[in-house]
Design a protein. Structure first.
Length: 462
């Protein structure tokens, strides 16, 4: 075990020990206090990478009964929810898309649109990654478009650390993946997790379409701001004819749409239509639709993926972590710790008004994501208390849950989150350069959250 792991382990133990002996205070029971301490200790363990994410989640769950927070049966029962099945099912979409050439086809369309202009090419890659990431997990979407970008950079003779085009593409692709993930609940597991926590903690449903009404305008507005920040700061060099030809060759090799690609597109379109229709048709359940989509991929005559491909393609670590966070969040709710946090620690902020409060929440969650680059932990910690705070302030819990979801899934400042880490490892940009490029988009995220999200909520009656 290296020093970082020892420091993280000792810090997590100290959090729990100190919390155990601290006085409880008004309206906060000993189990409630310990439920918050266990979550904070878990965040420390996750950030310091003391153990695998899933193992830490198991540890937190085991702690719940020993500190009198939940009994054993409830601890295990709260691990399972519709969120878990939705997340598992939507990984099938990712597995299926990775077997196709759809990302290459999208890149070919964007190359032809850009006509070799480097600034338009950067915008095209951000948009293309976002479109794929709206129905496919952020990490594989980022990986696919990074691979295409690397082909262009190699053919262009763009050197890591020196090429401004390389900086724009390698920072722009994860920006696009994270923004695309915000567009629909299927874009990232954090979205569906936040929706599930709101239902569990406050009893309010967010439909698939409801989320899109916030996510799509948000992404459409944010993409140009991210693009402008990149091309104005780094000023990408021209793209050579050889680089354009390299992608065109890849596109040419794909040929016409294959039979499997057509099947996958039909399934994805059908899922999107049914998810949106579930807003009005009560017997359509978003999780049930996702699971049926998974089943359809194995039907005789369809069979677009194999069982082995599916099992290998699911990020079981993410699934287990989400389940563990759900159990801890259930303990925080059951002990009244969430209510105490809102009515004691955050009560003064309820008088700020919806716009200021929305901006403050977006700011705090954005800072949290820099400090703790583990999105599910942020969503688990913040969703229910912030939704309760919104009710206390007379604002919409749905709007504030969406803001928390965006902040927990998106970070523009440091490449510590799993999405920007993918491209950071290629050496095309330094950490400080992402900070420079990410400050303006972060400010835009906060302003849009404060001004546009409450306005959309009012317009659609949410």
């Amino acid at each position: 075990m290296n020093n970082k792991k020892w420091v993280g382990l000792i810090a997590a133990i100290l959090v729990v020990v100190l919390a155990y002996f601290l006085p409880t205070g008004a309206n906060l029971s000993q189990p409630g206090k310990m439920s918050l301490a266990i979550l904070v200790a878990g965040i420390v363990l996750w950030v310091m990478e003391v153990m695998p994410l899933a193992v830490t989640a198991f540890l937190l769950m085991v702690c719940l009964p020993y500190f009198g927070i939940l009994d054993w049966h409830t601890t295990w029962a709260k691990f399972i929810s519709p969120v878990i099945f939705f997340v598992i099912a939507t990984f099938a979409i990712t597995v299926a898309l990775l077997k196709t050439n759809l990302a290459t086809r999208i890149a070919g369309i964007l190359i032809r649109w850009s006509k070799g202009e480097s600034k338009k090419l950067v915008l095209g890659f951000i948009v293309g990654t976002a479109l794929l990431s709206s129905v496919c997990n952020n990490v594989p979407s980022c990986s696919l478009f990074m691979g295409l970008a690397l082909s262009i950079l190699s053919a262009n003779g763009s050197s890591p650390g020196q090429s401004n085009l390389g900086k724009c593409l390698m920072i722009g692709v994860p920006f696009g993946a994270m923004l695309g993930g915000a567009m629909t609940p299927a874009g990232t597991s954090i979205n569906i997790m936040a929706m599930g926590l709101l239902k569990q903690g406050v009893g309010i449903d967010i439909s698939f379409l409801d989320w899109m009404l916030f996510g799509v305008p948000f992404a459409i507005l944010m993409i140009p701001f991210c693009w402008l920040s990149l091309v104005l700061i780094f000023k990408p060099e021209p793209v050579s004819k050889e680089a354009i030809d390299s992608i065109n060759e890849l596109v040419a090799k794909t040929g016409k749409l294959e039979k499997n690609e057509k099947k996958i597109l039909v399934i994805i379109i059908a899922l999107l239509v049914l998810w949106i229709a579930s807003t009005w048709i009560s017997w359509l359940d978003a999780t049930g639709i996702a699971v049926m989509g998974l089943v359809a991929m194995f039907f005789p005559g369809i069979e677009v993926i194999t069982w082995d491909e599916f099992v290998k393609g699911v990020s079981w670590e993410v699934v287990i972590m989400i389940g563990g966070v759900q159990s801890v969040a259930s303990g925080i709710l059951a002990t009244g710790a969430a209510s105490w946090l809102v009515h004691t620690a955050l009560a003064d902020s309820a008088v700020w008004g919806g716009t200021i409060l929305a901006g403050a929440v977006a700011t705090v969650v954005s800072i949290l994501h820099v400090v703790c680059p583990v999105g599910p932990a942020i969503a688990g910690m913040a969703t229910v208390p912030i939704a309760e705070l919104a009710k206390l302030a007379g604002a919409s819990p749905i709007v504030f849950t969406v803001i928390v979801g965006f902040g927990a899934a998106i970070t523009f400042i440091l490449p510590l989150d799993c999405v920007p880490l993918i491209t950071y490892g290629k050496g095309y940009y330094r950490m400080g350069e992402m900070v420079k490029a990410g400050l303006f988009p972060t400010l835009c995220l906060i302003v849009i959250s404060a001004l546009l999200m409450p306005l959309i909520g009012q317009m659609v009656g949410l």
